[in-house]
Design a protein around this ligand. Structure first.
Ligand code: GDP
Length: 382
């Protein structure tokens, strides 16, 4: 009996120790698994020619909501004359043929384009005749409503008959279950492509997404450097190639790297300096094809410089033949009185303007909104 008590105590203690070990080991394993899942791999991509992920002082970009309201003054400054001119004309004592012709030429001067101008003037004529409207404020509201409708809908003719199919302006940038969303950015040299890639990265980072930038403009080392600086400012990784490297390979590596790192979005900047249309078409379609080996490209954005007016529309047509463009970014709208180009581009291409560039500042890029844009065009301040 005397012996039994210590034996029982030793036995109980051993059981307690064994139980503790049994409970502790699985917990430790689980903790280790959780830590390794949370840590992104820091190994650079095997195939990527060069990669820089950056730590230094990160900036906090502005949220994208409400940007067009903030930047509207930039637009109004250059467009007010257009709005005032229209209202003065419409407020004439007699809405004669001559006045309507003037209204038409004012719209054309603002680059609204022939088809859209025709439609707007026809509807304004009908409405002023039926309603007998003469008060400046009513006229202003009428012009505003016509412009908003013309900007909002994919086909204003259909809209006039009550079939309102508004353009879908959402930027398709939602991560897929197993891979990042991919945005391809195309356009001729100098329109603001690289700047736009950087600005879009900031919009996405501001909305809480992780971004990788791919510098597939390998013709110009400066373009890749520029992109790298944009990336550094918001902590986005940049995949770049040696000068003259195959742009399609860089695009492929960028998407592969983004997928490995669990990034939400990969944005690919491309070159636009190809001399021949055939060369351009070949290269862009190759970049897109190769990038798509990982999965569909979600968004192909065509960047157009608003100051080039109707030339931009002709340029756009070449690109739409090479790749299927899903959205337009109209840059430099702060530097032109031809805001009507938005309408012309949408009507000619049947593709929505999704973003507008209103300055050289890092956050001077805004999601497009038809109502706000039309108000700025006609000088309504609300
Ligand atoms: P890329 O050759 O198409 O890549 O053009 P860049 O991105 O290098 O831009 C060319 C120039 O346009 C740069 O000086 C930019 O700062 C300027 N830029 C780009 N977007 C805008 C904009 O919305 N407004 C103004 N005023 N300048 C812009």
């Amino acid at each position: 009996m005397e012996l039994l008590v210590p034996v029982l105590i030793v036995f109980a203690l051993s059981m307690l120790i064994l139980l503790g070990v049994a409970l502790y080991i699985p917990q430790r394993r689980a903790r280790r698994r959780a830590t390794s899942a949370a840590l992104p791999s820091t190994t650079p991509p095997a195939t990527a020619p060069a990669l820089q992920t950056v730590e230094p002082l990160l900036e906090t970009p502005e949220p994208s909501a409400g940007r067009l309201v903030r930047l509207r003054a930039r637009l109004s400054r250059s467009q007010n004359a257009f709005g005032r001119g229209l209202l003065q004309l419409l407020a004439s004592d007699q809405l004669s043929e001559a006045v309507w012709e003037e209204v038409e030429s004012t719209l054309l001067t603002a680059d609204v384009g022939v088809a859209a101008t025709d439609r707007i003037v026809t509807r304004l004529r009908a409405r002023t005749a039926v309603l007998g409207t003469r008060a400046p404020q009513e006229l202003q509201q009428m012009v505003l409503a016509e412009l908003t409708a013309a900007l909002e809908y994919a086909d204003s003719a259909a809209a006039a008959q009550g079939q309102t199919v508004a353009f879908d302006r959402r930027l398709r940038s939602d991560r897929h279950e197993d891979r990042p969303a991919v945005i391809l950015v195309v356009g001729v040299n100098g329109v603001g492509k690289t700047t736009t890639c950087g600005k879009i990265a900031r919009v996405l980072v501001a909305d809480g997404r992780s971004v990788v930038l791919g510098a597939a403009d390998t013709f110009r080392a400066a373009a890749a450097d520029q992109l790298q600086t944009w990336g550094q400012r918001v902590g986005a990784g940049v995949v770049r190639g040696a000068e003259g490297a195959d742009p399609a390979a860089v695009a492929f590596d960028a998407v592969a790297y983004g997928a490995r790192e669990g990034a939400d979005v990969v944005i690919i900047d491309t070159a636009g300096r190809l001399q021949t249309k055939v060369g351009l078409m070949d290269q862009l379609s190759k970049i897109k094809r190769v990038a798509q080996r990982h999965g569909e490209v979600d968004e192909t954005l065509l960047v157009l410089d608003a100051t080039t007016g109707q030339n931009g529309v002709a340029q756009a047509k070449v690109f739409t033949e090479a790749v299927q463009v899903t959205g337009v970014v109209l840059t430099k709208l702060d530097g032109t009185a031809k805001g009507g180009i938005v309408l012309a581009v949408q009507q000619a291409l049947g593709i929505p303007v999704k973003l507008v560039g209103l300055g050289e500042g890092a956050d001077d890029l805004a999601p497009f909104d038809a109502g706000q844009f039309a108000s700025a065009l006609v000088g309504v301040t609300e």
